[in-house]
Write a protein that binds this ligand. Structure first.
Ligand code: AVI
Length: 308
């Protein structure tokens, strides 16, 4: 059975209904996400770009190598990383950039963009699920800086963030570096607003998941009967997105029927926020030493540098 279908049937068949947020990003969802990135309320990309602009030289000063591979997991189009690479090429004698992404199309965009701005940089894109393609790096023996940007670490629910960092650690030799873009805990109102924008773009982003199920899996969700609800729990640091059924109803997907009570919710995404203390301890538990956290001027976001 198709993986998407299998995950949808499992998620909606469980006691508390859930859908994995990784399925947000079909063609339409990726376009809606670009609109989210440009929203006033969605402060994350602006903060990350500010840190890259202000602190790339300081970050690079922490890395003692002469020769390096910069490997980016889930690189996307590389538009933010480019800021860092522009500085990095001046520091290292030999630098190879290895963007890894599930989408071959976005890697083409990445390569063209980086080439146009940093023409001398060697780029080796690797398409596919990085959990599977990481073995392709085994033959490379240069010291390594791994990048995982954009607060993507926040979308791993529960203990999965720790599991992912352990996996990253397994891709590294002693002395290699890992830098992660992390959204920090802050005034809960600021976080809640980031997932409840006034133009309703985040609402569309969530509803597109049901539309995708209808389109690709032949589901019959009535989108007008589900409402987006975004909330933030300042105790756990988790922003949670839900789609709430507005009435008692039955939805059919691939011949399976799912019963919804009125106001029964589907959890569609967890976006976890971290404190510096939590980052240091999660780093330690997964085999890293913290080198330094680089913050934006508001203290909203961190580029956290770890060494193995
Ligand atoms: C991709 N990821 C870090 C985003 C986040 O903030 O969790 C996805 C997103 N969901 C709603 N708005 C943005």
């Amino acid at each position: 059975m198709d993986r998407f279908l299998q995950d949808v049937l499992t998620g909606l068949g469980s006691e508390f209904k859930t859908l994995p947020s990784k399925y947000f990003y079909d063609e339409k969802g990726s376009k809606i996400f670009q609109r989210i990135m440009a929203l006033d309320e969605y402060y994350l990309p602006g903060c990350e770009v500010e840190i890259l602009n202000e602190s790339s030289d300081l970050i690079l000063a922490e890395i003692p190598f002469d020769t390096i591979d910069i490997v980016e997991l889930g690189s996307g189009d590389g538009s933010k990383t480019m800021i860092f690479l522009k500085q990095a090429i001046r520091k290292f004698n030999s630098l190879t950039y290895i963007p890894m992404d599930i989408s071959p199309g976005i890697l083409e965009v990445n390569k063209d963009l980086i080439h146009s701005q940093v023409p001398k940089l060697e780029i080796i894109p690797i398409a596919g699920d990085y959990l599977l393609t990481s073995s392709q790096l085994e033959k490379r023996d240069k010291p390594r800086l791994l990048l995982f940007m954009g607060s993507n670490i926040g979308n791993f629910p529960g203990d999965k963030a720790k599991g992912f960092m352990g996996f990253v650690n397994g891709m590294m030799k002693r002395g290699d570096y890992f830098m992660m873009g992390v959204d920090l805990r802050k005034n809960p109102h600021v976080i809640r607003a980031a997932y409840n924008d006034k133009d309703g773009v985040t609402r569309l982003f969530n509803l597109n998941l049901l539309e995708r199920i209808n389109r690709e899996l032949g589901g019959d969700f009535d989108l007008s009967e589900f409402e987006h609800f975004g909330t933030y729990n300042p105790v756990t640091g988790e922003a949670m997105s839900y789609l709430v059924s507005q009435k008692k109803q039955i939805v059919q997907i691939a011949g399976r029927l799912f019963q919804f009570d009125r106001y029964e919710a589907i959890l569609t995404e967890v976006s976890r926020k971290f404190s510096i203390k939590e980052l240091n301890s999660i780093g330690k538990e997964t085999g890293f030493a913290t080198v330094r956290h680089f913050l934006d001027s508001k203290g909203y976001f961190s580029l956290s540098l770890f060494r193995k």
